[in-house]
Design a protein around this ligand. Structure first.
Ligand SMILES: Cc1cc2nc3c(=O)[nH]c(=O)nc-3n(C[C@H](O)[C@H](O)[C@H](O)COP(=O)(O)O)c2cc1C
Ligand SMILES: Nc1ncnc2c1ncn2[C@@H]1O[C@H](COP(=O)(O)OP(=O)(O)OP(=O)(O)O)[C@@H](O)[C@H]1O
Length: 354
């Protein structure tokens, strides 16, 4: 088991948790229905009279370092122009309509919350369907976005393309912008180890269990949200009851193995020893299985919405020769979590603003 160079203090734990699950949203947002989706309008901003905006566009799955850099550039441009900052995103994620649905780093609600935590004035969530997929990028910019805001600048990554046939790339948007008084900025991609940071790359790191590398590219720990459901009930007899999390089949769940992390529900976080994948001692592989022992928690949380934040990979799952061996090894994992992630959290978990 790789040692952590630190046991975490409660301040560090709070930071890891807050930045991962975006619990530091500073502004309130009102919801406004649009003909093509939904707008989330921050306190102090308004959609009345088609406000001038600087906007960035993308699916933003994961809100990784590249996405955040792009949003940051858009927000500073908005500030210097004295206009509102806006992110334009899509629900469902375009890949769910255009190609085979694949795992998502963030569900739509978490992605929205993440965008809110960055402090944007407007978040426009565009309903993505076959009709939108067939819409020309100029019609999208002029009729859909142009129907609710006045575009001053459009910020995208240099690799971005959208609209029917993917025709709306940086060159195409720029020449459309020149004719319409809209500045198009195609930003260099944020890279790590010589390769662009991308949601695709991070999904593959998570799937292989490399949550340390995923964390570097995300700028936060990866987490998975779901609802607590009943398991076989055997864990209690072993001395470590577990909360089983049911999550969307589209969630990007780390590869099978044992992890250290935090378990969040009802505005509190507990250090947790987490097992992903059906326990091999009790059945075949099942990628859609995630259970966590919450260190220091006792109680019934069936049916509660919860999130698991992944901090450290501990070991591969394995078959145990006996119940005693299983208990000893898992107890060792739980002790590690308590010593390394449980510092200063007291016995009622860490309060985290919802
Ligand atoms: C931190 C942790 C690590 C675990 N590691 C393994 C493992 O390596 N192999 C295994 O077969 N089961 C493993 N288990 C699963 C236990 O066998 C499982 O929790 C137990 O069977 C209870 O399941 P139940 O809650 O569905 O009753 C682990 C459980 C936890 C909480
Ligand atoms: N590394 C990056 N640096 C800067 N901008 C980026 C980076 N990656 C993506 N973007 C931009 O962020 C916006 C959202 O991109 P998108 O949702 O396609 O992200 P992605 O990480 O490339 O996703 P995927 O890997 O699923 O294709 C786009 O304008 C895109 O060009």
């Amino acid at each position: 088991m790789t040692p952590l160079s630190y046991p975490l203090s409660s301040a560090t734990s709070r930071e890891l948790i807050c930045e991962s699950v975006f619990s530091d949203v500073q502004r309130g947002y009102g919801r406004v229905e649009l003909p093509f989706g939904m707008a989330y309008v921050a306190d102090g901003a308004s959609l009345a009279d088609k406000p001038p905006v600087a906007c960035c566009i993308g699916a933003f799955d994961g809100l990784h370092l590249g996405h955040r850099d792009l949003v940051g550039s858009c927000m500073s441009d908005a500030r210097s122009l004295g206009v509102l900052s806006a992110a334009v995103t899509f629900d469902p994620d375009p890949s769910e309509v255009l190609s085979c649905p694949s795992a998502r780093l963030l569900g739509c609600a978490d992605r929205l919350r993440g965008l809110m935590s960055l402090g944007l004035d407007l978040i426009l969530v565009v309903r993505f369907d076959e009709c939108l997929a067939a819409t020309d990028y100029r019609a999208f910019l002029e009729d859909r976005l142009g129907g609710v805001v006045r575009l001053c600048s459009v910020h995208v990554g240099s690799n971005f393309r959208f609209g029917a046939g993917g025709a709306g790339d940086v060159a195409a948007i720029s020449s459309w912008g020149e004719a319409h008084g809209v500045r198009c900025c195609g930003h260099d991609l944020v890279c790590s180890e010589g390769l662009p940071v991308s949601a695709t790359r991070i999904r593959s790191l998570v799937a292989s269990g490399d949550i340390d590398s995923a964390r570097e590219l995300l700028g936060r720990c990866h987490f998975v949200s779901g609802v607590v459901e009943h398991g076989r009930g055997q864990g209690r007899a072993f001395g470590f009851p577990t909360a089983n999390l049911r999550f969307s089949p589209l969630s990007c769940v780390p590869g099978a193995g044992v992890y250290a992390g935090f378990f969040l529900f009802g505005g509190r976080a507990w250090p947790a020893a987490v097992n992903v994948g059906a326990p091999p001692s009790f059945g075949g592989p099942d990628p859609f299985f995630l259970e966590a022992h919450l260190v220091g928690f006792e109680g019934d949380i069936y049916g509660r919405s919860a999130s698991v934040v992944f901090v450290r990979w501990l070991r591969p799952s394995r078959v145990f020769a006996s119940t005693e061996e299983l208990e000893t090894v898992v107890r060792g994992n739980i002790d590690w979590v308590q010593e390394n992630l449980g510092v200063g959290l007291g016995d009622s978990g860490l309060e985290v603003s919802a």
